[in-house]
Design a binder for this molecule. Structure first.
Ligand SMILES: Nc1nc2c(ncn2[C@@H]2O[C@H](COP(=O)(O)OP(=O)(O)OP(=O)(O)O)[C@@H](O)[C@H]2O)c(=O)[nH]1
Length: 350
């Protein structure tokens, strides 16, 4: 069955991720470039080269994301070049041993970019390497030394930042998921009829417009059936409104089962239904209309210990060249009126 499902929310999530990664790489590029410049003035050449190199890597991640939409690659480049830079800063101490101060940005960036589980696994790896670096005996590989108090506090405060970042990411994920579900639910509600669950009139018009464009591109025929249940008022009057609703719901299922996967059934109004039949001529549509009419006639709805049977009148219209959707529907409406006038329970034109 043709339905108009909107993937807007998923696309928005991807777009948001792209925006965040490009922002991270831009910030990373500017910050490392700025710090590199400061190191240049302080004549710290090794640090200058490292920071300029990191800045170039962030620049590469930014450009490839913008030009080639490499979201995953740019995310990995951003995160792992950050890890390498942090290892270097902790190993060398940076400027006056302030290098380790920067590692606190790693936790929130990791869980945001890599997601909660993968972010935490990567953070465990990151912290292990940091611990190895700071506890490495200086006589094996010469590097900066930190006091034992500093090392322990660095690890503990990093663990605290990791916990808070993970908690924040977890809560963010939960609210994002529920927002996604709500949005899907409302999209569905906006497109379908609440009683029969068929496409509603607005959705049917959108689908018709899409099918019309496809038809003119491929030169395929497109037909519609406008159907109205006969003497439906009598069902409400005789059996009550609830039974009337039940009849509409059950017949909606009969309609759905009577057509092909690519067709669309919509509730056009009260007891009026519209069938959109792509790649179908008026002659083929007549055969389908007859099948639907007979299926309705044969179906009985059991309500309040009574079997309720109904019939249906159907008007057929095939889209002709230069015809608008409105004209096509008006045509079907005229034919439906004719079918009613001719005695109901029939398809027009025959
Ligand atoms: N139970 C129920 N009835 C509805 C709904 N929407 C429209 N109706 C009823 O459908 C009936 C339509 O009646 P009419 O337009 O007079 O048409 P009809 O009785 O089907 O007669 P013909 O179309 O001339 O064959 C009215 O009684 C509406 O109240 C609905 O959602 N549920």
């Amino acid at each position: 069955m043709l339905t108009f499902m909107n993937n807007e929310t998923e696309n928005n999530a991807d777009q948001q991720q792209t925006r965040v990664i490009s922002l991270f790489s831009l910030v990373g590029m500017s910050m490392t470039f700025m710090m590199g410049f400061i190191s240049l003035f302080n004549s710290n050449h090794e640090l200058t080269i490292t920071l300029f190199f990191a800045s170039m890597i962030y620049c590469f991640a930014y450009i490839s994301l913008k030009k080639y939409h490499t979201l995953k690659l740019s995310s990995y480049i951003t995160i792992y070049s950050l890890y390498l830079l942090m290892f270097y800063l902790v190993f060398t101490g940076g400027v006056e041993q302030t290098g380790p101060l920067w590692i606190f940005i790693v936790a929130p960036v990791s869980v945001y970019i890599l997601g909660l589980t993968s972010g935490l696994i990567n953070l465990a790896f990151f912290l292990t390497v940091i611990a190895i670096i700071i506890f490495l005996p200086t006589d094996s590989i010469p590097h900066v030394t930190y006091s034992m108090e500093f090392k322990l506090r660095l690890i503990l405060s990093f663990l605290t930042t990791t916990f808070l970042s993970a908690l924040y990411e977890y809560l963010r994920m939960i609210s994002f998921k529920s927002a996604l579900e709500l949005s899907k639910k409302y999209q569905q509600l906006a497109l379908s009829d609440p009683l029969t669950k068929l496409a509603n009139r607005r959705n049917a018009l959108t689908i018709l417009q899409q099918e019309k464009s496809r038809t003119s591109r491929n030169d395929d025929p497109l037909s519609i059936l406008l159907c109205d249940l006969d003497h439906f008022k009598m069902v409400n009057d005789k059996y009550g409104h609830n039974c009337g609703d039940m009849v509409l719901t059950e017949l909606a299922q009969v309609f759905t089962k009577s057509v092909r996967q690519q067709d669309c059934v919509a509730r056009w109004g009260g007891e009026e239904f519209l069938f959109i039949l792509p790649q179908t001529s008026a002659e083929q549509a007549f055969v389908i209309a007859e099948k639907i009419r007979i299926n309705v006639q044969r179906h009985s709805v059991y309500c309040h210990e009574q079997d309720i049977s109904l019939t249906m009148s159907i008007g057929i219209s095939q889209l002709t060249d230069n015809q608008t959707i409105d004209e096509m529907i008006n045509n079907a409406d005229r034919y439906l009126y004719q079918a009613k006038k001719n005695g109901r329970n029939q398809v027009y034109p025959q």
